[in-house]
Write a protein that binds this ligand. Sequence first.
Ligand code: 3HC
Length: 325
Amino acid sequence: MYAQMIKSEATKEDPEKLAAFQARIDADDKIEPKDWMPLGYRKTLVRQIGQHAHSEIVGQLPEGNWVTRAPTLERKAILLAKVQDEAGHGLYLYCAAETLGVSRDELTEDLLSGKMKYSSIFNYPTLTWADMGAVGWLVDGAAIMNQVPLQRTSYGPYARAMVRICKEESFHQRQGYDIMMKMANGTSAQKRMAQDALNRFWYPALMMFGPSDKDSVHSEQSMAWKIKMNTNDELRQKFVDQTVPQAEYLGLTVPDPAVKWNDKTKRYDFSEPDWDEFFDVIKGNGPCNTERLAARNRAWDDGAWVRDGFLAHARKKAARRMAAE
Ligand code: 3HC
């Protein structure tokens, strides 16, 4: 429906302008905020960058949950830094979205009301310390797989924001894998926890790449505009190919009996996630959707006095300046 709307809006645009715009995209030119762009391009970017920013912000919740329970001071400091990085990623991305003419307040309102989505993965609970390892290894790993190609995306501010984000996500993934190494080589109870975390996060991590290509609404147009650089299935396959040997190195088993190296395709075969579960989660019915939105709404309401204070200060300063002129 939305993709159709974008296509019909695109056909309303001046065909000459559209052709010149597409030629710039095809020549790998970067589109900058003041350049002409089709309305559909702008809307798709606001949706994708906004959703991405929300994912960074909501993504702090399952990990923030473990800051007070990290097993050592060092682990606590690392986790705190990681959670703080995610807040920073959210801010870069909101700034990139603002260059398209939407305000951060509008985006926040759409997140808090449930109108805009955030990544499905953050609607799953983090039950044990091993989940911090699995989140870093698998969730940040999947995020990097998706975001490294986005450094070459056609919209300049988005591509540039992605450079720093990817550097930090690589550190996040390594810290997750490091936790998994410790757990997998620890006591038998720790190894069981690591395996259990892998069992619970494997399919939700595969879902992060979006529905299978045949059900992806936006991929075709987004790839033509280089807002997306790969299809959902391409990235999912790359992720499986990268992650299965990492699981083997840990001595853990991927919870999918169909995972097998295919000598013909030179890729791993694997089972698709349960797509009914995925669509249910993105409709708001996952295990933690209600809890996550309630936490964000509470944080927004609790922060009202800070925003009011800043606004009052800014108004007072402006009034003083006007009186002096
Ligand atoms: N979670 C929630 N919604 C999802 C989703 C997911 N994992 N995957 C797809 N969807 C939604 C889409 O938004 C779309 O719904 P909409 O029309 O209401 O917006 C619908 O499912 C159909 O999917 P499409 O394949 O047509 O959608 P896209 O072309 O947008 O592809 C995407 C989905 C691959 C996630 C793409 O949006 C993308 O590459 N986004 C940028 C990266 C991003 O957002 N990453 C978030 C990961 S979490 C993270 O980075 C935090 C870090 O700390 C780990």
